[in-house]
Design a protein around this ligand. Sequence first.
Ligand code: UD1
Length: 430
Amino acid sequence: MASRIRIKGRKKIQGAISVGGAKNAALAIIPATLLAGDKCILENVPQITDVLTFQNILREMGASVQQTADNTFEIDTTEVTQWQAVSESMNSFRASYYVLGVLLARFKRAKAVLPGGCNIGLRPIDQHIKGFEALGGKVKIEHGTISVEAEKLTGNTIYLDVVSVGATINIMFAAAGAEGTTVIENAAREPEVVDVANFLNGIGVRVRGAGTATIRITGTEFRRGVTHPVIPDRIEAGTWLAMAVATNSDITVHNVIPVHLEAVIAKLKEMGAKVAEGEDYVRVISNGNLRSVDLKTFPYPGLPTDLQSQMMIALLHANGVSTIIENIFNNRFRCVPELQRMGVNVKVDGNMAIIDGPKRLSGSVVYATDLRCAAALIIAGLCAEGETTIENIFHLDRGYEKVVKKLRALGADIVRETYDELNDQMTIID
Ligand code: UD1
């Protein structure tokens, strides 16, 4: 069923909004339950389509996945004997590549469909492959699938040529089933990597150094189940912080780990917003008098590429020329033509976007091009004069939970329409 979101912009929003569990941590920890070969309880799991898809893939492989509370799931992978994950849905999201590391560790062989996900530029997996091979895996790519086999996995030292979240986590997974110690150098330091490391320690693997550039993993054959709460989603939190500034609002974002948001908080302060941090909340107040700033995306602890589109909407309201340099993905300005339909003044030159503000946005029909673009268009719609219709909402559903409900509670005039093509019927939900 196709969905769209309609927003009547420039309504006052304010109040409190709560953040769900981290998509990118959940999408690694769900397959990591295959490593446990036992019953695991995962708490604070976001109900987003990528998560639901991954849970279904685990079911197809023979795992039992049961929801026991709103965001809590019990996953039992004891009976799994399947080492192939080749269903079509594997192609619909990026994190499907994690089955390779976990199946390799558990069964010493793995086969999966090559990963899909947001179309934001070249997304090679050469560093994952380099890691598997260093541990003794033999990799074969054919007919859209990738297979890895190893008679035995042995710990080794792997230097990553690029800082990659996916490769760091996938190598940690493979190393969990290796004999001896694996050292990952130039590892990603993202909080999601640390969350995965905590899960691995919980099931009996020894992981040290996560959160730094050198991670040491000592594998074990004796792994067990664990109860693990997923960390809060810093990208969802950052989305609401950028929204508060773009809409000149006073918004408190709850259930966050403020230290994970330092890069974005620093930039919002530089723009002139007032920011107060508590133990698990961040409050942002903006009076609309915003300064232009220059942003560059970097691996953590730098400004995340996943917040670049949302920050662009805040910068549209600043006085003067701002720039964004995108250093992680080579095709991440696909949202700009959609924003241009709303009358913005943004020029793209290679990996730089030049934003000339302030500019009044006008409501329009726009098409989300990827997950974070969908979030940015929602913020743009809240700022725009008149009505904005955002199509291709399936992108948003991959990473954000209950958005319409959360924003209505802040006072936004937002509805979601779902078109049932079979019965030729339009329903307004949320
Ligand atoms: C993850 C996140 C994504 C986020 C990104 C960067 C998940 C499911 N997705 O994606 O939301 O935007 O981190 O923070 O967690 N690269 C290589 N070779 C590789 C792997 C990566 O060249 O083998 C390059 C990529 O093209 C990119 C950079 O490294 O330029 C970072 O990519 P990576 O951190 O791996 O991103 P993902 O894990 O795909």
